[in-house]
Design a protein around this ligand. Structure first.
Ligand SMILES: [Zn+2]
Length: 264
């Protein structure tokens, strides 16, 4: 079976060595994992998740009486935190998720991206997405690199410059004559991958379909000094671990309809 996230990771290593603008990326601090998403449903092909965002200032939710405007209840104080992901001694700074099988079905001819590529092969849409997610890694390590959308492509979330830079890097990678073996898996759609390799597996987190995400943690010092008279709602207990390690990574088999846990 083909391990799809492993193949993407290998390809990313090749991309960052050939594209100078991405050479600052230390891929030991980047973890690629898969999420499930149907090809015929709307949604992202891939997402870059930042794990270095700082804890927020303490805050709370509140509810007011519609008529009187009076505070009726509020949540306990909380701070929003980012879970840690550690692989051995390394702290992971970014997660990049790919949505299977949707990502595998991406095709330039069905995409607005074709404006950015003259007569590139249809599967180059997938390479473009991989470069796009790497480009979200901020060289200043302050979070996710963004270019504020200026509305010119209002249905899209980034400025045109972002897409143009990604397409330029993708074309320059292809011109650098990478090993065709490295790219071969991108040329197959999901059904072709299944018949060629007998199945598609990928790295996921143990708590699939969940994965490390920002969460709210109660702020005990502030909650100890609550004023009288207002009803305090406790936060929902959080279900995700504050620290993930390699023990929380599980290879699952993606069937197109579901992701099944593989027994060793
Ligand atoms: Zn993006």
């Amino acid at each position: 079976m083909i391990n799809y996230t492993e193949r993407i990771t290998q390809l990313m290593h090749d991309v960052v060595t050939r594209i100078p603008a991405l050479s600052f990326i230390d891929l030991r601090e980047v973890l690629v994992f898969a999420r499930h998403g149907r090809a015929d449903a709307e949604g992202a092909f891939a997402t870059c998740h930042c794990l270095t965002l700082p804890e927020t200032e303490p805050g709370y939710y509140f509810w007011k009486d519609r008529q009187t405007g009076e505070l009726t209840r509020r949540s306990e104080w909380f701070v929003t935190k980012t879970p840690e992901v550690r692989l051995g001694a390394t702290r992971v700074k970014y997660l990049i998720s790919f949505v299977l099988p949707r990502f595998c079905q991406q095709n330039l001819s069905r995409s607005w991206k074709s404006e950015l590529y003259d007569d590139a092969e249809p599967w180059v849409a997938k390479l473009d997405t991989i470069v796009h997610e790497l480009y979200h890694i901020d060289p200043l390590a302050t979070g996710i690199r963004q270019f504020a959308a200026d509305g010119a492509r209002s249905t899209r979330t980034h400025a045109p410059e972002f897409y143009d830079n990604v397409a330029a890097m993708t074309r320059s990678y292809l011109r650098s004559r990478p090993d065709p073996e490295m790219l071969a898996f991108l040329q197959l759609d999901f059904a072709q991958l299944q018949s060629r390799y007998g199945g598609v597996v990928a790295t996921t987190f143990r708590n699939f379909p969940s994965f490390p995400q920002r969460y709210m943690a109660p702020c005990e010092t502030l909650s100890a000094n609550e004023p009288e008279g207002v009803k305090i709602e406790p936060l929902k207990p959080f279900t995700q671990p504050p620290v993930y390690t390699e023990r929380d990574l599980i290879v699952r088999r993606f069937t197109g309809r579901a992701a099944l846990r593989q027994t060793a």
